[in-house]
Design a protein around this ligand. Structure first.
Ligand SMILES: [Zn+2]
Length: 104
């Protein structure tokens, strides 16, 4: 399902964690990701009550923290669940060194 709109790495990881935990949310969980989450994942992460997101590299065009539309952290989004804490730039050089494989 790589590349599918429903196949985002962070949402897939959250689903695996939900299945493993046998719970309906991820309260208290931390999510580590090589690149800043996108808008789609930026909605799912607080909805699932993830408490901490650790990102490697920024991707400021469509991403959910450093772009012009920070859906993951924007407190003005009334009705959304509480935003997680976010740590950016963790292992930035290593994450920027990773290249997307063709077709992935
Ligand atoms: Zn995503």
């Amino acid at each position: 399902m790589a590349g599918a709109i429903t196949g985002h790495a962070e949402t897939l990881a959250c689903q695996v964690a939900l299945d493993a935990a046998g719970r309906g949310d991820l309260a208290g969980a931390a999510l580590d990701t090589t690149a800043e989450t996108c808008f789609i994942c930026g909605y799912a992460i607080p909805e699932l009550r993830v408490g901490l997101v650790v990102c490697g590299k920024d991707a400021p065009i469509i991403e959910a923290v450093t772009s012009a539309h920070p859906v993951l952290t924007d407190p003005a989004l009334d009705g959304w669940r509480l935003a997680p804490a976010v740590i950016g730039g963790e292992l930035r050089e290593e994450c920027e060194g990773l290249k997307r494989k063709p077709g992935a």
